[in-house]
Write a protein that binds this ligand. Structure first.
Ligand SMILES: *Cc1c(COP(=O)(O)O)cnc(C)c1O
Length: 421
């Protein structure tokens, strides 16, 4: 459920007309709904209400905007970060360190030092050399680092190959079959305090079965680790729950279905459960609003050329992702069209042969479900300034990231003095 609705024939975000924002800020622009963010955070927490004090750490990479993080932090969510930059953003947004988890295969010594200085809740380790490095860094600071190993359970998440992370050939986690040895080695490292087990098998999962298979393996490992004398008190079950993008596809499992499965599978584990949802919290809470530059005749279907491009919303070119595209003020007429951006790449295509609202030059269109992995992946390819972001709450709205002037992009380049001109 979201808060992007048609009122008197035109799309609004909560109580703010899309046209108001387009006129004031220009397009393209990302627009987020506070009510939707808060609702999704609440629905996810309600789904876990049967568990004892779970920690829900929002996966910052899905949407790192400070206003979004502050909204979610205010709802009691923590942060799952994958870089020093994300860690600092989460802290700047007021998320307490004892709700921050640090994931990722390539943490550097500097990032480890930063996270230890702030006293984060947990490091999710992904290799034995990383464990060694973290121990060395912690010892050099006179600290111990609370850790879990992320295990690679070798299950097929059934999602797009580029966002599958739990197969043995993926770069993530330690091999499940070697986990006992890896934990044994970690116990001997003076800078580490082994606390738990972590898993995250991929994103945009539309079936609970692979998640359940992975969690069952975590449960088996927890028992084996306890048998081997480890004090396992936490299990981090990652994120990955999918959201509906295409209304013609079956709905992904609901947070409630997910929560019920988790409660069933983890019964008797006797640990604090941790979660790292990203997309399911922010996906439906955002749209990318864009204006039609012009409509050009195509060989089969017309090309609707919009002012948003692959650099603003990469998912279609990166993962062949499907976003619903709606006219802000539909005429009622429908037709087939190809929706493309202005960037000089054929990959700058949002939809081919899409049955959609018929739109004309100057019309506004909304790319739905763009709150996750949207603005955060944007770049400046084709010298297009980063797309701005707006947050709406009821009848209030605010620019929460400005559109930088093109001059800033140009000024960032430094021309050495040996080049004339
Ligand atoms: C990306 C990521 C997440 C969030 O995934 P979603 O599919 O957005 O829920 C959680 N944990 C880790 C380790 C991640 O890399």
């Amino acid at each position: 459920m979201d808060h992007f609705d048609y009122v008197d024939g035109a799309m609004q975000v909560e109580q703010v007309p899309m046209t108001t924002i387009a006129d004031a800020v220009g397009t393209p622009v990302y627009i987020y709904s506070t009510a939707t963010l808060m609702r999704h955070a609440q629905v996810f927490r309600d789904a876990l209400s049967g568990l004892d004090d779970p920690l829900v750490s929002f996966a910052v990479k899905a949407n790192p905007n400070g206003a979004v993080l502050a909204t979610l932090g205010g709802m009691g969510l923590g942060a799952d970060v994958v870089s020093g930059g994300e860690l600092l953003r989460a802290i700047a947004a007021g998320i307490p360190a004892d709700r921050i988890v640090f994931s990722g295969v390539g943490k550097t010594a500097d990032e480890m030092r930063l996270a230890l200085t702030h006293g984060i809740y947990q490091f999710n380790l992904e290799s034995e050399p990383e464990a060694q490095m973290l121990s060395d860094v912690a010892v050099s600071m006179g600290k111990t680092a609370p850790v879990a190993y992320r295990i690679n359970p070798d299950v097929d998440a059934g999602t797009h190959a580029k966002i599958s992370t739990g197969k043995s050939e993926n770069k993530f986690g330690i091999p499940y079959d070697r986990a006992i040895e890896s934990y044994g080695a970690a116990r001997d490292l003076p800078g580490l305090e082994v606390r738990g087990v972590a898993v995250h098998i991929g994103s945009q999962l539309t079936d609970l079965a692979p998640l359940e298979a992975a969690f069952v393996k975590v449960g088996t490992l927890i028992a084996a680790l306890r048998e081997a004398g480890h004090d396992i008190v936490r299990a981090d079950l990652g994120g990955g729950l999918g959201v509906p993008y295409d209304p013609s596809q079956p709905l992904p499992p609901s947070p409630a279905d997910y929560g019920a499965m988790v409660a069933r599978v983890t019964q008797g584990w006797n640990v604090r459960l941790m979660f790292e949802p990203g997309r399911v919290i922010v996906g439906n809470a955002g749209v990318l609003l864009s204006r039609v530059v012009r409509v050009k005749q195509g060989a089969q279907a017309p090309f609707v050329i919009v002012d948003a491009a692959m650099n603003d919303l990469m998912r279609p070119s990166l993962y062949d992702a499907w976003h619903d595209i709606r006219a802000v003020a539909p005429t009622g007429e429908r037709g087939s069209a190809n929706v493309v951006g202005p960037v000089c790449e054929t990959g700058d295509t949002f939809a081919m042969h899409r049955d959609m609202d018929v739109v004309a030059d100057g019309d506004l269109v909304a790319f739905m479900t763009a709150g996750a992995y949207g603005a955060t992946m944007a770049g400046t390819y084709n010298s297009r300034p980063l797309v701005p972001e707006v947050l709406v709450s009821g009848d209030k709205w605010a620019v929460v990231r400005e559109r930088p002037p093109i001059e800033a992009l140009i000024a960032a380049d430094i021309i050495p003095d040996w080049i004339g001109g």
